[in-house]
Write a protein that binds this ligand. Sequence first.
Ligand code: C2O
Ligand code: CU
Ligand code: CU
Length: 478
Amino acid sequence: TIYKNYFFDEPAYDYHDGGYVPLEDADAPAKPLGVPPLLKADKETPTDVYYTITAQAGETQLLPGAKTKTWGYNTSLLSPTIHFEDGKHYHITLKNELPELTTFHWHGLNVSGPIVDGGCHAPVYPGESKQIDFTLNQPAAMVWLHAHPCPSTAEQVWHGLAGIVYVTDAHEASLDLPREYGVDDIPLVLQDRRFHENNQWDYRADYDPDGVAGPTAMINGTINPYFDVTTTKVRLRLLDGANRREWRLHFSDDREFVQVAGDGSLLPEPVHFTHLMLTCAERAQIVVDFSDCKPGDEVTLLTDDKKVVTFRIHEFKRVNGPVPEHLLDIKAPTVDPGTPVRRIVMSGMDESVAIDGKKFKMDRIDAEQPVGQAQYWDVVNANDKPGMVHPFHCHGTQFLVVSRDGKAPYPNEHGYKDTVGVNPGETVRLLVRFDLPGVYMYHCHIIEHEDGGMMAQIETYVPGKPRPKYDLMTMDKL
Ligand code: C2O
Ligand code: CU
Ligand code: CU
């Protein structure tokens, strides 16, 4: 089957109380797409890797004329790409050279909360540094790093604190998929910004409680990018890294493409389509076949009718093989009979957003679940139609999507995920299991909704063992 329509509820696309900000064509010359370099390890042994990640302020040449004041990790904007290999031990020094506190959240990484996970309970104060250690244990995926301090996650991400993380494992490495970084395997961080006077960003001026958006697409920190294609196939690792915007992706010639991975793993089988929608924080890895093109051709990836990236076709230096028809075995964990179904309701718009009728409180635990026990979570979007699609995200787990209003999930939702778009009025059933004890946040990933309190937290525990006491931060302790 080749799917030709977006899967989400069309009337809900970009719904916005205060008014949707459509993208506009950028008034800037075409530039080569910035592909972030790979982060270099400080030290590496066959089993252990040491990295340093520094949150810092800088300036970036985004448009002709004045540079834009931006933030980034080890660079002025966004981050080098971080590579983690399943089974290795990581030792990471987190440094904060910004004028305010920040946190380093590993969105989609299977690490313990609330400290290593880097949510709001793990502040690194200006001028200070912290050390985290973990052993990576999860399937190949693209996850990401972003700031997560309460309640200024949205503003810090808008300034540029977001980075790409490649997780690799032996199984994925055995499959015939494009994987030469920067050549036929590239990340695409999809964001949007508004440029004010002197090419500056002004988060406060653009503030909207339903999510800040700007009219200019910014891809890997490049405005108006093109990419030189030198292989028959290219694997694009897409991340919706925008605060609020959904991306409705398709090619200028409506060419078919294949999704091979979602947020947290490969898909069991590749999914073929011509149109793909991503909600905030969702990822999709797609393989695009350009073998029918000839040198000099151009194919553009669009969102609606606006340009995302132009692919300039050159002489092919490599012919990639066919995408395997089977990618990953997924065994859904069984739910013990009698396990209650957890119900989570996302409600409200603007300042009234809430989860289960409550605003987030840093020192309140809203739910608990035993480690290793699979549970159904029914995540409800209580907004009437038309209303917003709320992308629901949970830290510290990769879940499976069981159903949407009792019906099958979308065809490209059969892999592990950590973020799922919930349509207005809809109930999405998830199968959730935690591997590690800790405290984990769950929230809407329209980042202004999260900062606005559409967030809660769950404590996971090992049954029969004494529970650690978590030193939960409160706003006044910060
Ligand atoms: Cu992208 Cu609380 O996370
Ligand atoms: Cu997260
Ligand atoms: Cu929301």
